[in-house]
Design a protein around this ligand. Structure first.
Ligand code: SF4
Length: 410
C-alpha cells in the first residue's frame, strides 16, 4: 500500500499481483487490471463495473435494495474518457514528483510498475477500450453466465454452447450451436487468450472451463484438453506455489452420470476444484415443466459421485420459478433433495432469483397453464424457507448464497 499527498489531497495506490487500485482524495476508488483496463470505479454513491465487452453497469444501494442499470454507449464514452483524462493528469503529477510520501516510499521497481499500469490505464479511453472489446470478441464466443464466485476466473472455452438447449427458462446459449473444440483449436484459443489478457492475466485467480457443460466431454478428449490447458496456464495442485488456484466448471446431472467416481478423481488430480450443477428444483413435475434434461434423482446421483471423488460442488436452485402452481412442491422437494445430497462445508447452494429472459418459451408455457408469478414477498419467503431448512447448528452445512444473474459481467 502506497500513500502520498498531493496539492489536491491524499492518494492511496495498491499494486497487487494482478491489479492496481487507486483511492483518490478520500472519495473515488478506481480499479484496473495490470494491462490498464478499467475494472470498476466507485464514484460517490454509484459503483460502475466494466466488462471486457465494454458494457458498463451502474450499481447503487437504495433503501429499496440494490439498483442496477446498464449505461448507454454515450454514458460509457463520457465515463471512460473522463477517467482516462484524470489518470493522465495524475500520472503527470506523480512522474514529476509533485507529492510527498505519507507511507515509506516503495522500492523503485514497485513504483515504476505502478506508474506503468497508471500510464497504460490513462491511454485506455473509450476508443481504446472499444478496440480492446473487439479483440475480446474475436477470442471468445459470448460468455453466457458464470457462478458468482467465478466472475474473476479466466474463462477458457473447451466447448461452445449447450448440448441440450431444452430448458424453457434459459436463453444463454440458444444462438450458439454446441461444439467441442479439437485439441489444436483449443490450444490456439488458449494462446489467443494469453495474448489478449497480457499484463492483466494475473487478476484472474482460477480457471473456468466453459461453456455450459464442458465436463460432458468424454474422458480421453477431456484429459487431452486439460493437459494442453495446464501447459499454457499452470494450475497449482496445492495451496502453495505458482499458477492458477484450480479449475471450475458447470455440469448437468444427466451427462454427469456418464463419468465414474474414478473419472472424477482423475479430474481432481488434474486440478478440478469445484463443479456447479443447475438443480433448479427438486420437484419432479416442475423439472419436467421446465424441460430440464435430468431428473432430480440423476442430479443427486451425479452430486454423490462428485462428492465421493472428493470434489466440492455448487448447487444452483431457482427462487420463484414455476410461480404459484409449483411453489409448495418446489420448496418441499428441493429441500428434501438438498438434505439428501452429501453437502457440507466447502459446498455451496446458490439461490438464484428467477429472471425471465426475453425470447425464451417459459412465459408462454406458464401463461398457458394459468401460472401466476410469485410476488417479491412470496419469493423472499421461499428463499427463507430453503435457507432455514439448510441451516446446520454445528456450522457443518453448505454455504447458502444469493445468485443474481443480472449482476453477471465478465
Ligand atoms: S439451463 Fe443449462 S442445460 Fe439447460 S439449456 Fe441452459 S445451459 Fe443448457
Amino acid at each position: 500500500m502506497m500513500r502520498l499527498e498531493t496539492a489536491e489531497g491524499w492518494i492511496t495506490l495498491n499494486l497487487q499481483r494482478g491489479a492496481l487500485s487507486l483511492h483518490l482524495y478520500g472519495q473515488d476508488v478506481l480499479a484496473y487490471d495490470r494491462a490498464g483496463r478499467l475494472w470498476s470505479a466507485a464514484l460517490g454513491e454509484i459503483t460502475y463495473r466494466r466488462g471486457l465487452d465494454n458494457r458498463v453497469q451502474a450499481i447503487q444501494a437504495t433503501p429499496e435494495g440494490t439498483r442496477r442499470r446498464w449505461l448507454t454507449r454515450e454514458e460509457i464514452r463520457r465515463l471512460e474518457d473522463e477517467l482516462a483524462s484524470r489518470l493522465r493528469t495524475l500520472g503527470g503529477l506523480l512522474a514529476g514528483g509533485a507529492f510527498r510520501w505519507i507511507t515509506p516510499p516503495p522500492d523503485e521497481r514497485t513504483w515504476q510498475e505502478a506508474l506503468s499500469v497508471l500510464d497504460r490505464a490513462s491511454r485506455m479511453d473509450f476508443e481504446a477500450l472499444e478496440a480492446d472489446a473487439q479483440r475480446f470478441a474475436e477470442v471468445y464466443a459470448p460468455i453466457g453466465i458464470l457462478p458468482p464466485d467465478q466472475y474473476l476466473s479466466l474463462v477458457v472455452q473447451a466447448t461452445l454452447g449447450c448440448p441440450f438447449n431444452t430448458c424453457t427458462f434459459c436463453g444463454f446459449y440458444r444462438a450458439v450451436p454446441f461444439r467441442v473444440r479439437s485439441p489444436e483449436d483449443f490450444e490456439a484459443h488458449l494462446r489467443a487468450i494469453r495474448a489478449f489478457f497480457g499484463h492483466g492475466l494475473w487478476m484472474r485467480r482460477t480457471i473456468f472451463l466453459g461453456s455450459a457443460n464442458a465436463l460432458a466431454i468424454p474422458m480421453p478428449r477431456l484429459i487431452s484438453l486439460l493437459e494442453r490447458l495446464r501447459r499454457i496456464f499452470p494450475v497449482r495442485t496445492d495451496r502453495e506455489g505458482e499458477g492458477f488456484a484450480g479449475i471450475y466448471a458447470f455440469l448437468d446431472g444427466f451427462t454427469g452420470l456418464k463419468k465414474t467416481i474414478g473419472d472424477y478423481e482423475q479430474l481432481r488430480a488434474l486440478g478440478l476444484r469445484r463443479v456447479y450443477i443447475g438443480l433448479e428444483s427438486g420437484h419432479e413435475p416442475l423439472l419436467r415443466f421446465l424441460q430440464k434434461p435430468a431428473t432430480a434423482e440423476q442430479m443427486m446421483e451425479t452430486v454423490g459421485r462428485l462428492k465421493a471423488a472428493g470434489l466440492p460442488v455448487g448447487v444452483i436452485v431457482m427462487i420463484g420459478i414455476g410461480g404459484d402452481r409449483f411453489a409448495e412442491g418446489h420448496v418441499r422437494d428441493t429441500l428434501a433433495v438438498l438434505q439428501t445430497m452429501p453437502l457440507g462445508r466447502g459446498d455451496l447452494v446458490y439461490l438464484s432469483d428467477f429472471v425471465e429472459i426475453p425470447g425464451t418459451p417459459y412465459r408462454a408455457r406458464a401463461e398457458a397453464l394459468g401460472i401466476r408469478p410469485l410476488s417479491p414477498i412470496e419469493r423472499r419467503a421461499q428463499a427463507e424457507a430453503l435457507r432455514a431448512g439448510l441451516r446446520h447448528s454445528d456450522g457443518e452445512g453448505p454455504r447458502v448464497a444469493p445468485y443474481a444473474i443480472e449482476a453477471f459481467l465478465y
